[in-house]
Design a protein around this ligand. Structure first.
Ligand SMILES: *Cc1c(COP(=O)(O)O)cnc(C)c1O
Length: 421
């Protein structure tokens, strides 16, 4: 294993964005490899929370329109900072609600079924919350059986042509992940969008595992809508407010979940009982914004805009390339399966490894200071994050993993998942 240490140190020396690591609270003797579940806290995120708390302390009600960062406009302000991550106009991006609420909101608004076109196309590998929300919308429309699921051939990945094969005149809307949360596969959003539009279908993506990890060109690709959370790669902290993009061609549709913060700001405080929808993306807000859960994003996002998504993606791929190289060379005898696609276009920011003792391996790694996560029934997910992980972190993670495989230490741990995996 030693030769990999030298290689790691060499890569770290050449790393052009390494200075951002010192912005984070890393934990002593910890190799944090779970930034795709909960990103680490940065000093800037901490500071922006303290600043917002101070505004509350000193301005009280005046904080809504006073101070440096008036709360009344914070959803739009943070939307603006996220726009560059997806290459969209900031008028079309918003920080609001949770991802799940945003799926209810966007899908409910954009799903306009007719007698013959009433299906929603999803995939069988998607995150449960997305599926629950889509099913709820279909149920409310009296179309409970109209969910169409693209199947996986190998249980881990999806084929673009299989998804496109299901796009016909009966499909009204499509919701797919940009990066699959388990295998880490990146879907070809551009091609899928083009194919959907050829069939007159509205298409949106869940960017939970892709935003902050890979660049997106949503407007160039002409995607209809997107939703994402901000506590994974974007490091917004537990439960931080989610993001939303809707193409302006749909802004004339009345949003489904209406509330006073979706009203035009000029007339909001007229307190009329007639909803006067904001003309832009602001209409997708519902109630009072969760200011304290947005505050960390003010600091956290500035790191992305400084480092730049292309640099971040480049380092991320180098990190996972390095990990795959070690896995290929050093783990042949342990019956491990690397599930994540190899090609750069198809690989997101994390690697999924299968082994029948995965839960025990995950627990053994944690006991030795490596923090990955476990996904049932038998997978460990490892995410080296470009902004704060080093190549040496990858080296140590692999070295410790190899020790665990060699000594079978995983047998000392229960091979089952914890409450939160
Ligand atoms: C993390 C994640 C969610 C979480 O949704 P919340 O509403 O933030 O709890 C939803 N969908 C996908 C694909 C995710 O990865």
């Amino acid at each position: 294993m030693e030769k990999w240490l030298e290689a790691a140190q060499e890569y770290d020396r050449k790393d052009t964005i390494q200075k951002y690591r010192q912005e984070f609270y890393l934990g002593e003797n910890i190799h944090y490899m779970d930034g795709n579940s909960l990103g680490l806290m940065s000093r800037r995120a901490e500071q922006s929370v303290l600043d917002v708390l101070n505004d509350w302390k000193t301005l009280a009600i005046e904080g809504w329109t006073g101070g440096e960062r008036p709360w009344f406009y914070m959803s739009e302000e943070i939307g603006g900072y996220m726009a560059s991550l997806i290459n969209a106009d900031k008028e079309n991006v918003l920080a609001t609600n949770s991802t799940t609420t945003n799926i209810h909101q966007t899908v409910r608004t954009l799903y306009q079924p007719t007698e013959s076109r009433n299906k929603i196309l999803v995939d069988e590998l998607n995150f449960p919350s997305d599926i629950y929300a889509v099913q709820a919308v279909l149920d409310d429309h009296g179309n409970p059986d109209s969910m169409l699921k693209a199947k996986s051939r190998d249980g881990h990945t999806l084929k673009t042509e299989d998804i496109i094969g299901l796009m016909d005149e009966s499909v009204a809307l499509i919701l797919l992940p940009a990066v699959l949360y388990r295998s880490g596969q990146v879907l070809d959003m551009e091609k899928l969008t083009e194919a959907a539009h050829e069939k007159g279908i509205i298409i949106g993506f869940d960017l939970c595992h892709s935003i902050g990890a890979i660049p997106h060109h949503l407007e160039e690709w002409d995607v209809d809508f997107a939703v994402w959370c901000t506590y994974k790669h974007l490091n917004g902290g537990p439960g931080s407010v989610a993001g939303l993009y809707v193409h302006p061609r749909h802004h004339h549709l009345g949003v489904s979940l209406k509330g006073w913060f979706g009203n035009d700001k000029e007339s909001q405080f007229d307190m009329n009982h007639e909803f006067d929808a904001a003309a832009d993306i602001s209409q997708y807000q519902i109630g009072t914004p969760h200011i304290l859960s947005m505050a960390p994003l003010l600091g956290a996002l500035s790191l992305f805009n400084e480092a730049g998504m292309d640099e971040i993606r480049n380092k991320s791929l180098n990190l996972t390339d390095f990990m795959l190289e070690i896995l290929d060379a050093e783990f042949k005898e342990y019956d491990m399966e690397v599930v994540t696609p190899r090609g750069h276009e198809e690989r997101g920011g994390h690697i999924l490894i299968g082994h029948k003792h995965a839960a025990g391996i995950n627990a053994a790694l944690k006991a030795k200071g490596v923090i990955p996560d476990f996904r049932a029934p038998s997978y460990v997910r490892i995410a080296p994050v470009a902004l704060y992980n080093t190549f040496e972190d990858v080296y140590h993670t692999m070295k410790i993993l190899k020790e665990i495989m060699e000594t079978k230490e995983y047998e000392d741990f229960d091979n089952k998942r914890g409450v939160i995996a």
